[in-house]
Design a protein around this ligand. Structure first.
Ligand SMILES: NC(=O)c1ccc[n+]([C@@H]2O[C@H](COP(=O)([O-])OP(=O)(O)OC[C@H]3O[C@@H](n4cnc5c(N)ncnc54)[C@H](OP(=O)(O)O)[C@@H]3O)[C@@H](O)[C@H]2O)c1
Length: 271
């Protein structure tokens, strides 16, 4: 495979992607496999993981080099501390040296304003987007220090740069991720370990369906009159960052649809 990814740099590297059963995580796993990396796809829904794993194998054979591209599925709830602690026990022996961690698992519930926020949903957002990500990163920083190499790729958001009404908890989780990531990059400055934060704007995935608690019509209306990013657009940025030369750290990628300028400023063709 040619183009923006250097296959040789990713060949036989192993990437673990959380939240890989759909959306950006699934697209990222498939692109890594196409570029010749081995992938560990992790998420809660086992059946969906198997579909993505098959997509990875196919992409590796058909579009890619046919090298690397081995896949392991791991059922993992990042908010489950014990499950995260046991992550390496769930992996076959030849998948226990990991080169790239993509902290992608994340979700949003509702557009409720402060005062009306469901506390259970708020806990789930923090336990997934922040605490799960931190816990897994602690384990991987130790792993990467032992290997004297590694790359941590964080799924931030435009919501981690600027708060918006109706998104207080989600914005707080992504601001927390951003603060953590900036500090982490500084702590690792004397190591070869890389830290990247990708901050997308609107991406049409199941994200909005989850936000509107399963209401697909409401979710669709978010993208009315505008061409949003799709999961593969963000996956390309992630795999591009991972395939730079080893002395290069792509610290941040802020990527928006061309007609979006901030969480609330977007030009819609029906305006
Ligand atoms: N879509 C956007 O507009 C947008 C914009 C900026 C940033 N992002 C960020 O991008 C990331 C991916 O979102 P997406 O758009 O791809 O959404 P998505 O299609 O809803 O995918 C979310 C993924 O996260 C997984 N997940 C949720 N809770 C989990 C948990 N506790 N443990 C493990 N996996 C979990 C889900 O899998 P299971 O249900 O199988 O566990 C699913 O695979 C998130 O961090 C999100 O905040 C999205």
């Amino acid at each position: 495979m040619s183009g923006i990814f250097s296959t040789s740099r990713l060949f036989n590297k192993t990437a673990l992607i959380t939240g890989a059963s759909g959306g950006i995580g699934a697209a990222t796993a498939i692109l890594f496999a196409r570029a010749g990396a081995n992938v560990i796809v992790a998420a809660r829904r086992k059946e969906q993981l198997s579909v993505v794993a098959e997509g990875c194998r196919k992409a590796n054979k058909e579009g890619g080099t046919g090298q690397g591209g081995r896949v392991v599925e791991v059922v993992l709830d990042v908010a489950d501390r014990r499950g995260v602690d046991g992550i390496f026990d769930k992996l076959p022996a030849d998948f226990r040296k990991i080169d790239i961690l993509v902290n992608n698992a994340g979700l949003v519930y509702g557009t409720d304003h402060v005062g009306d926020i469901n506390e259970t949903e708020s806990d789930t957002m923090f336990n997934t987007n922040v605490m799960g990500m931190i816990h897994l990163t602690q384990i991987f920083v130790r792993h990467f220090k032992q290997n004297n190499a590694g790359h941590i790729i964080q799924l931030g958001s435009v919501a981690g740069r600027e708060g918006y009404a109706g998104g207080s908890i989600y914005c707080a989780t992504k601001h927390a991720l951003h603060g953590f990531t900036v500090a982490l990059m500084k702590e690792l400055v004397n190591t070869p370990i890389r830290v990247t934060e990708v901050q997308p704007g609107m991406v049409e995935t199941s994200f909005s369906v989850t936000r509107f608690r399963g209401d697909a019509d409401k979710a669709k209306s978010v993208y009315k009159g505008i061409q949003p990013l799709v999961a593969e657009d963000v996956a390309e940025d992630i795999v591009w960052a991972a395939s730079r030369k080893e002395h290069i750290n792509v610290a941040e990628i802020f990527v928006l649809p061309v007609n979006q300028a901030s969480p609330n400023i977007a030009y819609r063709s029906d305006q």
